[in-house]
Write a protein that binds this ligand. Structure first.
Ligand SMILES: Cc1cc2nc3c(=O)[nH]c(=O)nc-3n(C[C@H](O)[C@H](O)[C@H](O)COP(=O)(O)OP(=O)(O)OC[C@H]3O[C@@H](n4cnc5c(N)ncnc54)[C@H](O)[C@@H]3O)c2cc1C
Length: 374
């Protein structure tokens, strides 16, 4: 990239939530940004997600919270129902004003559309079907050999390439990916009228729940315990998810027929990763799931990813020296992200031990802790 006019240049590997948010944040602070993504344009994995308060707060700083609320479904309460049918509602902190919802459910393609449009509007160039092959540090700059044979020499290289990050290995931060014995099943269904917030239901074997993602749509999930990771044929997924939901009565039984009819059921293992060493090496850094991937139980991995982009841009603005800025970035983020990953793992364990009532206060306390400034 040409930065002869003094503009600082960044190459971001990965056009997921972390990569696109980082692109917009850096571009806002005057950086010249290029993003490479191995996947193809318009593909996103998963049906939807919850943007908790910290997500909305960081998106608000980037001018994007209202678009997300308009494209999704605003809500403020998570209602956890234990195996005896006793409900424990958690009122989430309102972080972008008392007049606005505390969180939003949103379809993943909608969130990506918003993040991508903003990054492009701010001048970011995004290339699909392109990955990174080799990295080197040359003087003060990062040098990346890409899978199409071209080379980029930039002031900053950001690995936002998810839990199975290639960049993490290339900068010498090999990190184990831990599997926690659970599979999360998700299916998109019409939003039931009663689903005006997130609901979870503990069963004797597994947990389920409903997350609204628009006024008309929601997704149902089931967290299956005691599973070995493995691939199941697509054709059997809806029927199997229907079987997992069959023991649940009441509201879940109401939705179950929609799941059995659904052609699009997704199943993902619950995995986590946390980089123990510094997240940067020279002028190269990892963030988002590449640095800290929680399990889905706290519904906050995207929040951390979005905050990362914003905090990175702030630290790069504070320090002229990019290396110092990256160290300051890790220092500012490490404890918060580590607490979230560890809490999500603890909740996954309590779920498998059927200790749901012990998990609820942990969830509530962690949401309040996450409400503290990033
Ligand atoms: C079942 C489930 C439910 C979840 N629910 C929620 C929720 O409700 N709320 C929430 O906040 N979080 C949730 N999360 C977590 C959230 O999805 C992640 O934390 C978030 O997507 C991380 O974003 P990311 O950009 O770091 O990584 P990713 O979303 O994984 O994006 C990484 C991108 O990098 C690309 N890539 C990979 N390797 C390369 C390479 N070598 N070169 C170029 N590109 C590459 C990938 O194709 C991908 O597009 C959930 C996770 C799971 C598994």
């Amino acid at each position: 990239m040409d930065n002869s006019d003094g503009t600082r240049s960044a190459l971001i590997v990965g056009a997921g939530i972390a990569g696109l948010t980082t692109a917009s944040a850096l571009a806002r602070w005057g950086w010249s940004v290029e993003v490479i993504e191995t996947g193809s344009e318009g593909t996103t994995a998963g049906w939807g997600l919850s943007l908790t308060g910290p997500s909305l707060r960081a998106l608000h700083s980037l001018g994007l919270a209202d678009q997300c609320l308009a494209a999704g479904y605003g809500m403020s309460v998570i209602t956890n129902v234990d195996a005896n049918g006793v409900a424990s509602p958690i009122e989430l902190p309102h972080l972008i004003g008392d007049d606005r919802p505390a969180m939003a459910g949103i379809a993943r393609p909608e969130l990506h559309r918003i993040l991508r449009a903003e990054a492009l509007r701010l001048g970011t160039r995004i290339h699909y079907g392109l990955g990174v092959f080799r990295l080197a540090q040359q003087g003060g700059q990062a040098c990346a050999e890409l899978t199409d044979g071209t080379v980029r020499t930039v002031d900053l290289l950001v690995g936002a390439d998810g839990i199975r990050s290639t960049v993490r290995g290339l900068i010498g931060r090999p990190t184990p990916i831990r599997y926690h014995g659970q599979m999360v099943w998700r299916a998109r269904v019409p939003r039931p009228d009663w689903a005006t917030g997130v609901h979870t239901f503990a069963g004797d074997g597994h947990q389920t729940g409903v997350v609204p993602i628009s006024p008309s749509q929601a997704y149902v999930f089931v967290t299956e315990n005691g599973m070995r990771p493995g691939v199941l044929p697509d054709a059997g997924l809806a029927a199997r998810m229907g079987d997992l939901l069959a023991p649940f009565t009441g509201r879940v039984a109401e939705i179950r027929p929609e799941v059995v009819r659904s052609e699009s059921v997704i199943r993902r293992p619950v995995r986590t990763a946390l980089v123990d060493a510094p997240w940067s090496d020279g002028t190269r850094v990892v963030l988002g799931d590449a640095a800290h991937a929680p399990s889905p139980q706290m519904a906050s991995g995207a929040a951390l990813a979005i905050e990362d982009g914003l905090v990175l841009a702030q630290e790069l603005d504070r320090y002229e020296d990019i290396r110092k800025a990256l160290e300051a970035f890790t220092d500012r983020r490490r404890e918060r992200c580590s607490v979230l990953v560890k809490t999500s793992v603890a909740i996954a364990r309590l779920e498998q031990e059927q200790r749901h009532r012990d998990a609820y206060p942990l969830i509530e306390a962690c949401h309040h802790r996450m409400a503290q400034p990033a």
